[in-house]
Design a binder for this molecule. Structure first.
Ligand SMILES: Nc1ncnc2c1ncn2[C@@H]1O[C@H](COP(=O)(O)OP(=O)(O)OP(=O)(O)O)[C@@H](O)[C@H]1O
Ligand SMILES: [Mg+2]
Length: 307
């Protein structure tokens, strides 16, 4: 599990990473000379107190912010040198994201939120709907597929967030305080779901947290203080293992929630996995608009055969 071999190259390599924010005359060193190597299939935590630079570091790794100085290489490619267009394509191909505030699109149903990364990848609608539904079921949300974010609890919204991050099986998933808004019980559920999925799909998972308990799930813990790595802890052999992590994917999923009173009728749910195109809805039109406005719609091509 996440053992690196002599030949294995890092998934993420960072050297001399520095980020300075200038506020008037004041310079804030958010990151101050970070070096690290994260290997494929590792589960890594960036652990530190508020303001230590964790999110800045994660955002740099994900190409969401440019460094002031330093080198960031992902799968051998210098992302600090990439232009925005190339970065967007790179992120779409290799990365998934889970956010503290879920960041779901409020007007889209769970299915359509989860479908988005596939839509960006040019997967045709019947296939992406099928995959999104499968993923939502895997995340225990089979009864919430047509709910919109406001019709779900925080824990349910975060499960949609996880389904969206994992649906296109990106090689790396980044999660910034993914359980920051959740209670203890839900935190464990969400952490175990992410860890199980990463392990089963052999993905690299990078989690930002201030919570030592959450760091317990990681193979390796990077302690961050004042924009620097103060310690690296090898947690292999001690990490928390989800109860059924060794089981197959089908068994490793949370139980379907028992239906509770719902604001949305499931009566009109089309037959699952029919593979047929569904009629256009308001949500489909929204997805098409998002794609059009993203500037990526001309770049995408149908890849469903590969998925
Ligand atoms: N856009 C910005 N402009 C100026 N300063 C910033 C900016 N973003 C972050 N900082 C500063 O950089 C430092 C690191 O911020 P960062 O958001 O990375 O911390 P964090 O460890 O994620 O904290 P938290 O746990 O509160 O989310 C902080 O001192 C913060 O004030
Ligand atoms: Mg943060």
């Amino acid at each position: 599990m996440a053992e690196k071999t002599a030949e294995q190259k890092p998934a993420i390599q960072i050297r001399g990473l520095t980020k300075i924010f200038t506020l008037g005359k004041e310079k804030v060193y958010a990151l101050n000379g970070i070096d690290l190597d994260i290997y494929p299939t590792e589960i890594v935590c960036l652990l530190g107190t508020s303001g230590s630079g964790k999110s800045t570091l994660l955002n740099m790794m994900a190409g969401l912010e440019k460094p002031t100085k330093g080198v960031i290489t992902i799968f051998g490619e210098r992302i600090d040198k990439m232009n925005e267009r190339k970065l967007a394509m790179f992120r779409q191909k290799y990365m998934g994201f889970v956010f503290q505030a879920y960041n779901l699109l409020p007007n889209l149903t769970a299915i359509d939120n989860v479908s988005l990364p596939l839509a960006f990848a040019g997967v045709k609608k019947s296939v992406r709907t099928k995959k999104a539904k499968k993923m939502l079921k895997l995340c225990g949300l089979g009864k919430r597929m047509r709910h919109k974010p406001t019709q779900m609890s925080g824990g349910q919204q975060q499960r949609v967030g996880i389904a969206r991050a994992f649906v296109a099986t990106p090689k790396i998933v980044f999660a910034d305080e993914p359980t920051g808004n959740l209670d203890t019980h839900t935190t464990i559920e969400i952490m175990e779901m992410m860890v199980r999925m990463s392990r089963e799909n052999h993905q690299t998972l990078v989690i930002v947290t201030h919570d030592i308990e959450i760091a317990g799930y990681a193979d390796k813990i990077y302690h961050i203080i004042d924009g620097k790595i103060s310690a690296v802890e090898d947690n292999r052999g001690k990490q928390i293992i989800p109860a059924d992590a060794e089981a197959g994917a089908a068994e490793a999923v949370p139980k379907e929630e028992t239906p509770v009173e719902s604001a949305v009728s499931e009566q009109n749910e089309p037959p699952e996995d029919s593979g047929k195109n569904l009629p256009d809805t308001e949500d489909d039109i929204r997805i098409e608009n998002i794609l059009k406005n993203s500037g990526l719609s001309n770049e995408i091509h149908t890849e469903e055969e590969q998925i």
